[in-house]
Design a protein around this ligand. Sequence first.
Ligand code: SF4
Length: 77
Amino acid sequence: MNLVCTNSPKCPIFNGILAGKEYTASVYRKKYCEGGEAAFKTCKRYMANEKFGSCPPNLLPNSSLSLGEIGVRYNLL
Ligand code: SF4
């Protein structure tokens, strides 16, 4: 079982796109990326990657959009 999200090596949220928002980034990392499989599988970024094969760079792990809405809004369908 993976403890850290399998997308983490190339995930901009995990790797510092939130420059200047280190606290927010650390909360996401703890809650999703490093929270074990049960946690990172609830991340909208992880879910979008699984469903569409890609993820918009600015989508947040706790986005309130549904996967369907993400697909339409970011043209992933
Ligand atoms: S849990 Fe989400 S934000 Fe964290 S590395 Fe995985 S896809 Fe990125």
